[in-house]
Write a protein that binds this ligand. Structure first.
Ligand code: SF4
Length: 528
């Protein structure tokens, strides 16, 4: 492992002597610490843990005088028969083994879930695993990161108004985030973040980190939005807004809905209004209606006209029709121009999800009168609903790789950053694909639904603990100054566990790789 290869422009490093062993824990801070206690230095809290007890985060324990990581390391396998997912001790502590070393090595991936960490930053990552994938020598650096700078971006597929942009989002009364820019068919929240974790009261930090852990671990949290709704969100589940489970995500804005279904409306209705809090569409005035040569209906809509047939601010936002506060859609109709409107005119009003729809016919005074909706029109309304996807909440974890993460990979962390930016390193979180933000640093984002269950933990600093893995060619790892002296073969890792015994996990658990996730060692350009 001492041969260094110049690879893809990364500067060649001179051979360096092996560093001193760094697994020794420092002497306890308190000289008065009882002799049956050990100090955990896996985070800055430095718990003094009695024999048989766990530390403040429940992640480390004193097992007969030895500091151990209590949760198993999660190992992914491409294929795993049901019932095969066993909890297995590392053979260094129990020589039983489980025969898995016979598994093809490019079918096994060691994740950072339960892997232990590198705090106080100078220790190499607990698992630096060599394996061969598609004939290429690879290495994966595996650790649990302690993220002080991290947040959750939550996308909630709903038309309903959750609250004003920038409004505070609260959990158990504490401010834990805010409403951010709405997106197409979805309301967005930004939750957590360093200001709530560290910049407020102790309680705010504690509630924030607990909320983040719960959401990250795919469980439900209840949130309230100042001046808005009370919601329950859970990754991959329908959001509950003011006690009502959301069903449909809109097919499009009011204008888009007009355009998509214009030809189907043609001949079935004389006018169609798609009510939307953002862009309400009016068919005969809209370009779609004009292209179909539809007769102007004379209908006048309240609100601010953007372009022909497209109106903003027809009502206040709310949980009624199309994300407005409307219970009666006629409230947005100012009237009908007698020069164009005619008695008997057929008017459909419908929301962007088709959940609300009403049919009217103009009387002799050009007033809309409710009437029974024809079957052909009901079918179009049903088709609007059919084109709505199920409403779900999506939770993305966004974190910045700090000291321990980068130093756990290499003595010269900027080279890791540079290699990631040049796509020489594949970053995964619990084996799930991560998007690396452009620009400086290593800011990564991953969908928690694609990560193993219970990937997230906390420490009381407060901060979030999350798995992270860096996979690359062995040559590139050498070139970026990696801790090559701590590289262990996959077989050895599976047999013995972490390279050090201080705070190392004692067990491992097999898990089938999530369907739909790219295999962490198999993505281009790593193997391209
Ligand atoms: S909180 Fe957990 S990681 Fe931090 S010192 Fe205590 S036991 Fe160790």
């Amino acid at each position: 492992m001492t041969e260094h290869t110049k690879t893809d422009g990364l500067a060649q490093l001179p051979d360096m002597p092996s560093p001193p062993q760094v697994l020794e824990r420092s002497r306890p801070r308190s000289e008065r610490m009882a002799s049956n206690k050990i100090e955990c230095n896996a985070c800055p809290v430095l718990c003094q843990i009695s024999e048989g007890r766990a530390g403040a985060c429940d992640r480390y324990a004193n097992a007969a005088g030895v500091l151990v990581r209590v949760d198993p390391v999660v190992l992914l396998r491409k294929t795993l028969a049901s019932g095969e997912a066993d909890l297995v001790p590392f053979a260094a502590r129990d020589a039983s083994g489980d025969g898995v070393l016979l598994a093809p090595q490019d079918e096994v991936f060691v994740t950072g879930v339960g892997a232990s960490t590198t705090y106080p930053d100078y220790k190499p990552a607990p698992f630096i695993v060599a394996s061969r994938s598609a004939g290429v020598d690879m290495v994966t650096v595996v650790t649990e990161g302690i993220f002080s700078y991290c947040s959750l971006k939550v996308k909630i597929d709903t038309d309903r108004y959750l609250g004003p942009e920038q409004a505070n989002v609260r959990a158990r009364g504490e401010v834990v985030g805010h409403v951010t820019t709405a997106e197409y068919g979805s309301q967005m929240l930004s939750l957590g973040g360093v200001h709530h974790l560290t910049g407020g009261s102790k309680k705010e930090g504690r509630v924030t980190v607990e909320m983040m852990q719960t959401l990250g671990n795919k469980q439900a949290v209840e949130l309230t939005i100042d001046g808005g709704a009370q919601i329950v969100v859970q990754a991959g589940r329908a959001p509950i807004v003011n006690g009502v489970e959301e069903q449909r995500m809109r097919v499009g804005c009011g204008s888009a809905t007009i355009g998509i279904f214009a030809k189907q409306f043609y001949g079935q209705a004389d006018e169609v209004v798609v009510v939307d809090d953002h862009i309400t569409g009016v068919l005969t005035e809209h370009q779609a209606g004009r292209c179909l040569d539809m007769r102007p209906s004379g209908l006048k809509v309240r609100g601010r006209k953007s372009t022909p047939g497209r109106y903003f601010q027809v009502a206040n936002p709310g949980t009624g029709w199309g994300g407005t506060d409307l219970a009666d859609p006629l409230a947005i109709i100012e009237g009908f121009d007698p020069e164009h409107a005619w008695p008997g005119q057929r008017l459909l009003m419908v929301s962007t999800t088709g959940e609300h729809a009403a049919w009217y016919v103009l009387d002799d005074a050009l007033a809309p009168r409710p009437a029974e909706m024809p079957d052909a029109v009901s079918s179009i309304v049903a088709r609007i609903g059919e084109n709505c996807e199920p409403s779900v909440a999506t939770v993305l974890f966004l974190g910045g790789a700090g000291g321990s993460l980068r130093a756990g990979v290499t003595d010269n962390p900027v080279r890791l950053t540079q290699a990631i930016k040049r796509a020489l390193v594949n970053v995964t979180l619990g084996g799930a694909p991560a998007y690396v933000w452009p620009g400086g640093g290593i800011t990564v984002m991953a969908d928690v639904a694609r990560m193993p269950d219970n990937s997230f933990g906390t420490v009381p600093t407060p901060a979030i603990v999350a798995p992270i893995e860096f996979s690359m060619r062995m040559d590139d790892y050498r070139a970026l100054g990696g801790h090559v002296e701590q590289v262990r073969s996959l077989a050895e890792v599976l047999q013995r566990g972490a390279w050090h015994d201080d705070g190392a996990p004692t067990t491992r658990r097999w898990q089938r790789a999530a369907a739909g996730n790219p295999w962490p060692l198999g993505q281009p350009p790593l193997l391209g």
